[in-house]
Design a protein around this ligand. Structure first.
Ligand SMILES: NC(=O)c1ccc[n+]([C@@H]2O[C@H](COP(=O)([O-])OP(=O)(O)OC[C@H]3O[C@@H](n4cnc5c(N)ncnc54)[C@H](O)[C@@H]3O)[C@@H](O)[C@H]2O)c1
Length: 440
């Protein structure tokens, strides 16, 4: 039998060589990243990667080891690309007007989010849409000038406008996208660009995930909610038969472009509706961000940082839990009751928007001290902190419990909750519904 110590010694020597080769390889990757940055080239090049892996596999003599080597190579390419994205973020940041975040969503899916205070045209050349056919999916409220900014960068583009509104995140709209893609003979090397709020992002992303088993997808969110929340993380979906997001897939975009100037045309109420998602993430993950929002004297000045910091939180959570098995559920702070308030308020003359409902929903899952802080910040931005008299008539304890039971959110009178005791942190708790939902 071979001496195990000898083998360990040999492995140590080999690992040392691998470490040094690794460093050498990453230094080359850095040079390539700089070149790609200077020449506006895409980091992703799947075809070349597959070709190289195949070629390198021919250097492995043992059939038994080929599969293992393939996994090793794939991991290496993945690491190298992540590093290149990081290098490019730093280079972009040094230009001072673009910030970049890399979202790492599993082995195959890392992608950049570019943020500018300016227009879409400041960012559009960072994505590779020149050499493919693209379908721009947008809605009827999105200004023509934004569509033009995307079209100007493409050489072969089509535009599909969906009627604005959640009711159009539907199978019918999905079929319209399928028609546009198939009639115009889109192939797997072409792409969809979503240009709009969360409705368009979810719908177009889902279409991209299914057409030909998945074509490239770029997201240009234009509502604050979509910028800070829905555009990253890869949840795509359509609604079906009165159930929200019931048909969907996890499918990550190739890149996300956030141009703050597009918010200038977003209705004010929609803007503050989106801000709640940042308040929510700040309250449960980042006290400094919470204080920035709470104390901001001029939101316009602080918005880039607020969006950037919110996205950093979401990107970190997505990296840790891509498919929402545990940690990612923390992003649902305020949502269990918020969702119920949103649905039940539809029967009233003053239906709540999603963010407005979540804002009120957070208060029920916070310590007294946090509740005070949250109320202060919600009031500052003219967001509701309680239901109005008419809403209370429809949103009774009985109706809330019915809805929660129907959605299978309560078991033995207990509700799984995200609870914030101190700003900047959260706990997962099982709470008694009778403690949370009091008769009013
Ligand atoms: N995928 C996810 O992780 C995730 C997370 C949260 C929410 N969502 C989904 O997001 C959707 C809500 O997103 P939303 O709040 O952006 O709704 P939305 O897409 O309906 O946009 C809100 C309104 O603003 C308009 N609008 C958007 N950008 C505009 C602009 N720049 N100028 C003028 N008008 C503009 C839209 O036409 C719409 O009328 C829901 O369907 C929800 O399920 C998804």
């Amino acid at each position: 039998m071979k001496d195990i110590n000898k083998s360990r010694e040999n492995i140590n020597k080999i690992d040392k060589k691998i470490a040094s080769l690794f460093e050498e390889r990453m230094n080359e990757a850095k040079e390539i990243a700089k070149y790609k940055f200077d020449n506006n080239l895409d980091i992703e090049n799947k075809e070349r990667e597959t070709e190289l892996i195949e070629k390198n596999l021919s250097f492995i003599n043992s059939d038994e080891l080929k599969d293992y080597y393939q996994s090793f190579e794939e991991a290496m390419f993945k690491i190298s690309k992540n590093y290149q994205h990081k290098i490019i973020s730093v280079l972009n940041d040094s230009l001072d007007n673009i910030r970049t975040i890399t979202v790492e969503a599993g082995m195959e899916d890392s992608y950049p989010v570019y943020i500018t205070k300016g227009n879409i045209s400041n960012l559009i050349d960072l994505i590779n849409i020149r050499c493919k056919k693209i379908l721009i999916v947008t809605d009827t409220n999105i200004p023509e000038s934004y569509i033009e900014e995307v079209k100007n960068e493409a050489t072969n583009s089509f535009v599909l406008k969906i009627q604005a509104g959640e009711e159009n995140k539907s199978i019918e709209s999905y079929l319209k996208i399928m028609d546009a893609l198939s009639m115009n003979k889109f192939t797997r090397s072409d792409a969809i660009v979503a240009l709009g709020g969360g409705v368009i992002g979810d719908l177009a992303g889902f279409a991209a995930s299914t057409y030909m088993r998945g074509i490239d997808f770029y997201n240009i969110p234009t509502s604050l909610l979509a910028m800070v929340d829905s555009s990253i993380g890869g949840k795509t979906a359509i609604d079906y038969k009165d159930t929200k997001n019931i048909v969907g897939a996890f499918y990550q975009p190739k890149a996300v472009l956030i141009a703050l100037n597009t918010l200038k045309t977003l209705p004010t109420r929609e803007f503050y509706n989106g801000l709640v998602e940042s308040i929510k993430m700040a309250a449960s993950f980042n006290k400094d961000l919470f204080n920035l929002i709470k104390n901001s004297n001029n939101l316009d000045d602080d918005l880039l940082t607020i969006i950037y910091e919110s996205l950093k939180i979401k990107a970190w959570v997505v990296k840790k839990d891509v498919k929402e098995k545990n940690l990612r559920k923390a992003l649902n702070f305020g949502h269990s009751l918020g969702h119920v308030y949103e649905i039940l308020s539809k029967q009233t003359s003053s239906p709540l928007l999603h963010g407005e409902a979540v804002g009120i929903g957070m208060l029920d899952f916070s310590s007294d001290e946090v509740k005070q802080e949250l109320k202060e910040v919600l009031k500052k931005y003219n967001l509701p902190t309680s239901l109005n008299e008419e809403q209370k008539k429809f949103i009774t304890k009985e109706n809330i419990l019915d809805k929660l039971s129907l959605d299978k959110k309560i078991l033995n009178n207990k509700l799984n909750a995200i609870y914030v005791k101190e700003i900047g942190s959260f706990e997962f708790l099982k709470l008694d519904v009778n403690e949370i939902i009091k008769e009013d």
